[in-house]
Design a protein around this ligand. Structure first.
Ligand SMILES: Cc1ncc(COP(=O)(O)O)c(C=O)c1O
Length: 325
């Protein structure tokens, strides 16, 4: 029976959903949404704050500042509340209202960027705002998840070994790419140990991470308008790009089976299904995908019919698209 006094001390790291009965795909989905921050970003947040504390960067009057599409912001809000720091999250208009409210409920201040940078999109504009804050007040401490090695090291130390332990015969691992912290931590772990695991990155169409053309994206967490500094493609075996409409369909198919996951889980699972169906290891062997969070934060977007129809068209949620068992 775990008994905790710090909210970051609890995280379920050993829960997998067998997707065969729902999607007829031989894929295990590692669930990372069961902790008090509700997402995988708890691991990166805790590792980056721990490191800043070790290096003496955080003092009683520090204000932690970070650019986040939402989930890292919630995790940092929680940790800052627990450890007595102030926290300011810089996000943009695509951040869910529920996520913003969560941060505020935990005592954080939230700045919403409303105009994307003409060249580097919303992320570029968010990063400019963070730089401006840091230049204007030296109490601000920027953890910089996009460049901070403790982001990927958190997954190297926890996520990857947990998967390796439960699936010693793992053949292929599908990881969504945002900052690429999860991807790089897992890929480095398996490659450095020379495990014969194919690491497949899953990205959104419209993301520039792997060199594709920039385009509009509405599902938070995955994809970027600025190439991630953490990314080293030499550790990645393959890349799949998923249109957001497909990700929405798959998220709804999972929900129709009783599993309400976040939008980026729809992207990762959709990418994995396409890759497995298209040859690759041909459905043989053991495949695992990582689900970053659960669906409640997306009730007003991914799971809201009008939102989906307005952005992607009404056909996306037509009955045939959301085939259930
Ligand atoms: C919902 C969601 N999915 C995926 C990711 C991507 O994770 P990473 O930044 O480790 O690439 C994030 C990161 O913020 C996220 O919030």
């Amino acid at each position: 029976m775990p008994v905790i006094s710090a909210p970051a001390d609890f995280h379920v790291d050993d829960l997998y959903v067998d997707l065969r009965p729902i999607l007829d795909t031989p894929l295990y989905l590692k669930c990372e949404g069961f902790n008090f921050a509700g997402s995988i970003k708890l691991k990166a947040a805790a590792a980056m704050v721990d490191d800043a504390e070790r290096r003496g960067e955080l003092t009683a009057d520090s204000i932690i500042v970070e650019s986040s599409s939402g989930n890292l912001g919630v995790a940092l809000s929680m940790i800052a509340a627990d450890r007595g720091y102030r926290f300011l999250c810089v996000t943009d208009t695509r951040c869910n209202l529920a996520t913003r409210r969560l941060m505020e409920a935990l005592g954080a201040q939230v700045h919403i960027i409303t105009e994307p940078d003409p060249e580097n999109g919303f992320l570029g504009a968010r990063l400019d705002h963070v730089r401006h804050l840091c230049a204007s007040d030296d109490r601000h401490v920027w953890l910089d998840q996009h460049a901070n090695p403790h982001n990927w090291m958190a997954h190297y130390r926890t996520t990857a070994p947990a998967i390796a332990e439960h699936f010693p015969d793992l053949d292929v691992l599908f990881v969504g790419a945002g900052t690429t912290g999860t991807l790089m931590g897992c890929a480095r772990y398996f490659k450095e140990r020379r495990r014969p695991v194919t690491v497949v990155a899953v990205d959104s169409v419209g993301s520039v991470t792997f060199g594709g053309p920039s385009g509009p994206r509405m599902i938070p967490g995955l994809g970027t308008g600025v190439r991630p500094k953490l990314l080293d493609e030499s550790f990645v075996d393959d890349v799949v790009h998923v249109p957001e409409a497909e990700a929405i369909r798959v998220a709804h198919r999972l929900a129709a089976g009783g599993f309400l996951f976040g939008g980026s889980t729809g992207t990762v699972v959709s990418g994995a299904m396409g890759w497995l169906a298209g040859g690759g290891k041909g459905g043989r062997g053991t495949a695992v995908a990582i689900s970053p969070d659960l669906g409640e934060r997306y009730l007003d977007s991914v799971y809201q019919t009008n939102w989906v129809s307005d952005i992607y068209g009404a056909h996306v949620l037509e009955h045939d698209s959301i085939r259930t068992r």
